[in-house]
Design a protein around this ligand. Structure first.
Ligand code: GUN
Ligand code: ZN
Length: 467
């Protein structure tokens, strides 16, 4: 079951791009990245010809060589810090709903049907393929309350080689239908423990799949359940994911359900659910005391701008969070969000920041460099992989995508490269690398994602691509 297909020592030749800092991209036009059999980057060479690299690293003379195709570049794999695999069939279905009626109308019925193993096999296999095809090498997944199908999602991620945090959803309050909720605190904890043990049994080192404790959000859980989950996280040293402060009606509901709590965030802090291993999705409307709580706990934020716009939750003040030193990544939040693509989320983060800028001034605008940082190194910090993935540095693991852009000479869609190559990005030939990256961010999609590697293992390749 484990993703153990042998990989050979490989040298990746061609342009590569990754984030140096939040505001700076490191662009190398002609480089080489040497990756060993464990998927670890052993050297990074800049401005080098293939022959020079092979001469310098004699012991790599038999290594496999992968060359970039066309107007492309290697880029780190994307990290989706928040999404819901069982909601994938609902992608694009939200009408004019907002969070609380959307949950009742679309989400709970769909999730509840994912108790079926055949259906879950179909939906989860499809979603993992879909996210991989968009260059997502790590994903923090919500599953459902069902243990067998949650475990199946972890099996699929491990078999396909996608890094994942997989969470059995906990919800024992009467917000959700009686047919789709945990029967008691005890059964919620027992089910979560069972899923944690299973996921740890299939990948004991946790290098590909890890469990994550998942209280859906405060209104779905009784105070006793939240506290028991806080204790379970401490006992099992597990990551935690939940939603916070997404929408005005939800915040009012939390205030009415937890009258003794000073704030929404305080509900989680009282239950010991805020730690450096906590991923808080949305965080759109946090007050200053809530931000102080998040910061002092070292909890992380998953910014989900497509979802925040689709179900009209609000526009999160990401510039301010970054200035305060909070750790932020991007999340697709399918199917509150309408796309499985983190590249789309980069655009949406840029747009959302411009809506804030219309009231607050240009300082609020996020740049291309900043959103690409959030999509890679920022996300790595959120999911506990800081320094391991998200960039091309010696000692880091090679989680990467080969981005290919079309050339006008090839008919505008890179026809000569591989099936469906090129997509909407036309390169005329005079664009410098920075401009190519910007064109990709604004007009690119999965057609530009030719191949994807996780820890050196090829996990996706578009039809016709040879690597
Ligand atoms: N966006 C989003 N917010 C939630 N809050 C509680 N559950 C959900 C969910 O499934 N999606
Ligand atoms: Zn969500």
């Amino acid at each position: 079951m484990a993703a153990s297909a042998a990989i050979s020592k490989t040298i990746y030749f061609g342009s590569f791009v990754h984030s140096k800092t939040l505001t700076e991209l490191d662009i190398c036009e002609k480089g080489a990245i040497g990756v060993d059999e464990e998927g670890v980057i052993r050297f990074v060479e800049r401005d080098s010809e293939v022959e020079n690299v092979l001469e310098k690293y004699g012991e790599w003379k038999d290594a496999k060589v992968v060359r970039i195709k066309g107007n492309g570049f290697f880029f780190p794999g994307f990290i989706d810090t928040h999404t819901h695999a069982p909601q994938h069939p609902n992608t694009g279905l939200f009408g004019k709903t907002t969070l609380l009626d959307w949950l009742q109308k679309y989400t709970f019925p769909m999730e509840s049907s994912l108790s079926s193993l055949p259906l879950a096999t179909r939906v989860y296999s499809n979603f993992v393929s879909r996210t991989l095809s968009h260059g997502t090498t790590t994903c923090a997944y919500y599953a459902t309350i069902h243990v067998p199908t949650t475990n199946l999602l972890a099996d699929i991620c491990l078999a396909r080689g996608q890094r994942a945090l997989v969470g059995r959803v906990c919800m024992d309050s009467d917000l959700s239908p009686s047919t789709y909720r945990d029967a008691s605190v005890d059964s919620a904890i027992a089910s979560s423990k069972s899923s944690i043990s299973y996921i740890r049994s299939i990948d004991p080192s946790g290098s590909i799949v890890r469990p994550i404790i998942t209280p859906r959000f405060a209104p779905s859980c009784t105070p006793a359940c939240l506290s028991a989950l806080g204790a379970l996280a401490a006992e099992t040293d597990t990551f935690i994911q939940t939603h916070v402060s997404e929408n005005a009606s939800e915040i009012a509901l939390v205030a009415s359900l937890f009258p003794d709590s000073k704030s929404y965030t305080h509900v989680y802090s009282t239950a010991n659910l805020l730690s450096p291993k906590t991923i808080l999705a949305h965080a759109v409307h946090l007050s200053a005391p809530e931000l102080a709580l998040v910061k002092s706990a070292g909890a992380k934020i998953s910014h989900c701008p497509a979802s925040n716009t689709a179900i009209t939750s609000g526009v999160a003040p990401i510039r301010s969070y970054l200035e305060q030193g909070l750790s932020v990544g991007l999340g697709t939040d399918v199917s509150g969000g309408f796309s499985p693509s983190i590249l789309e989320e980069c655009r949406q983060a840029i747009w959302a920041s411009r809506f804030r800028a219309m009231n607050e001034g240009d300082e609020a605008k996020l740049s291309t460099e900043e959103v690409l940082y959030l999509a890679t190194r920022g996300g790595a910090d959120v999911v506990g992989l800081k320094g391991r993935v998200g960039g091309f540095e010696v000692g880091m693991e090679f989680d990467a995508q080969m981005v290919c852009l079309g050339a006008v000479e090839e008919g505008g869609c890179g026809d000569g490269l591989f099936e469906g190559a090129g997509g909407a990005v036309d390169v005329f030939g005079w664009e410098d690398m920075q401009e190519r990256v910007e064109k990709w961010v604004y007009s690119g999609d999965d057609r530009n994602c030719a191949a994807v590697w996780v820890r050196g293992r090829l996990v996706h390749r578009r039809k016709g691509v040879e690597v």
